[in-house]
Design a protein around this ligand. Sequence first.
Ligand code: BGC
Ligand code: NOJ
Length: 814
Amino acid sequence: MKFGYFDDQNREYVITQPDTPLPWINYLGCEAYFGIISNTAGGYSFYRDARLRRITRYRYNNVPLDFGGRYVYLRDDESKEFWSPSWQPTRHDLKDYTCRHGMGYTVIGSEYAGIEAHTRYFVPLDENLEIWQLTVTNHRAAKASISAFANIEFCLWDAQDDATNFQRNFNTGQVEVEDGVIYHKTEYRERRNHFAYFACSQPGAGFDTQREAFLGRNRGWDKPATVEAGQLTNSIAHGWSPIGAHQVKLELEPGETRQIVFVLGYHENPVDQKFDPPGSQTINKKLVKPVIAKYLDAKEADAAFERLRQYWVRTLGVFQVNTPDIHTNRMVNIWNAYQCMATFNMSRSASFYESGIGRGLGFRDSNQDLLGFVHMVPSRARERILDLAATQLPTGGAYHQYQPLTKRGNNDIGGGFNDDPHWLIVGVSAYLKETGNWSILDEPVPYDNEPGSEKPLYDHLQRSFRYTLERLGPHGLPLIGRADWNDCLNLNCFSDTPGQSFQTTTNKDGKVAESVFIAGLFVLAGHEIAAIAQHRGLATEAASYLAEVAKMEQVISEHGWDGEWFLRAYNDFGGKIGSNECAEGKIYIESNGFCTLAGIGVEDGKAAKALAAVAEHLATKHGIVVQQPAYTRYYIEMGEISSYPPGYKENAGIFCHVNPWVMIGETRLGHGDLAHDYYSRINPSAREEISDLHRCEPYVYAQMIAGKDAPTFGEAKNSWLTGTAAWNYYAIVQWILGIRTALDGLEIAPVIPKSWPGFTATRTFRGVVYNITIERKGEGNHIALAVDGKPIEGNIVAPPADGRKEVSVKGILS
Ligand code: BGC
Ligand code: NOJ
């Protein structure tokens, strides 16, 4: 069953039923001012940091699920009936309800009692504000008198404090209202120099800023007393809960359409210019007023929308493909790339599942996210790399997370996740391959943000690699530390205290438990750093990296191989994890996926065996589960993984992030059919028809799909912010379609299904447009390339030496 449809032409998903199984959300904003918005206008906004600069309030885990939002009410001033065109909060039976989630914008609307209304929400490029354009049309035969109300609830900036510290917060709220604009100035009197505002393009028939005045005593948002009565009360918030509400009266002739623009924004004043006049307590509005006036003009709003549209045409235009599979095309050309932007911006901080409070930017997450993002805006990728590297510790280890507002490592979580440093090598290598801009390696970057500790970025990569060499365990495999990619494999934790964090509790010395996954990652990162060293003319250094890689491959072969597949780890007692000898958790996806992705065992047949075992034991029709058999009880020596009921999350759920590792592994073995089959099993668009089972948005990846041990096998959870976006994008584009960035150019090595006659693609790479046509003439993966009609050796197309800005590449597969 579906709840909408894809409109690929307009790059939109159109939801046609408001009561989706879960809130289906979209993101507004792409640089500093952000919002999440659901299909019924739920959600909230923030500036840069979802915890520390929350502008509007949202109630996570509420019933009904999705509450707090950008709500509009319409009231028929004759019949006195009122409703919300976005369904929430009044939940009327609407005609022609649609929610169009597009690239950086959402349009929600419907018709009720002959009155059609749509609101387009978006954040203009380069501005710290959002625009709501409400269009109301009278389809009745008679004139209509309508009151339109727009409403938001302000958050008191720190979302954590806002949700917990009521003894203080019920006393701090303050607003100003000037020329019909509502200014939210809570705490502005003392240490803040920022405020929010909510403005309306039409002369208002009233406003409210005190929540209780708007709602009436003991009422909810579904039935505000003021809306029911048809008149706001011009209340001025003082303590309690400041809100913003505007009322506009419309007299609509039959067939007439009117538009009202609302602007909700954030502004920072220079500290020494906070007040006007100086010495008063009144906000200085001189700097913000022109911005507000500009965007309240519908023409300016339309122009800003057009700029946003063009931005996305350009950004997605960097890579476009046309294959025989619509789900591949749709995800690669539109939604998967779009999701990569959201994960780049948010890391794991703000979604319907991530409250924006607990987690900053993850070191391993953000480095991996670059794989799906770097081609879209390389300059922002560069900035992110330098920020991440600045939180690296002098040991080469890394803070696991940092706070986006301060860019400082998060002390509460600390470091000691022993895979972390290698992801920096992977991220930097992706940047170099994309841009060919080697100067990044010479950028001075501090350790732990300590002034004076700056070293070239390349030094950070060297320390990342050494970090593992200095932390090898009894078998010569890397010590796991607090956890590796699998945050829930906590082998040094042994926790029996309720509420203790599995990730930060460490009560073993960490000298025994080892990770085969990190060994695989070390091999991959070792190849990358060796190629970088070689390119920089450091041949001896490159050779030493390759020697370490070879040694590690040997160790994996001796101590990381279980006979039919790669082992996962050794625990603190030196016992095996992910072995046929284990009662539960005999085989894991991570070590098998990553080792084969890294090319380990491709030549001696181990990779083929391992992936055959994955196909036999882990693959299901809804994707590949993390491990089997699922843990049926808590194992203190394993940690959080065994805390989840079977089939969920790391305990044998389908973790979509790691499925692409197997897809890539399969391409390394030349298995295009199986690689694409695995890709399709978790492709959200290909799962659209089973939306009632899948439940999450059909246009973006979720972190997890319940595994075969769960009663809800096939049900997705935790959509949007997940490494799944980047890895699937990387797997399909760079390994299955095989259009792969390399240090020396664009590598073309498709491993596609045998039934595909070929495909075409355009790729802008280092300023050159590559028009690529792949044609299948035989069943294999051998490719013969011609550039502008001239055959070339090998499969790397170097940027044209003569400065041409467009080339055509033809590849014949046989
Ligand atoms: C989740 C992991 C997550 C970890 C750290 C665990 O509860 O299962 O997926 O990475 O928390 O936040
Ligand atoms: C989510 C975390 O953000 C990511 O870093 C981790 O690798 C996965 N969970 C698996 O545990």
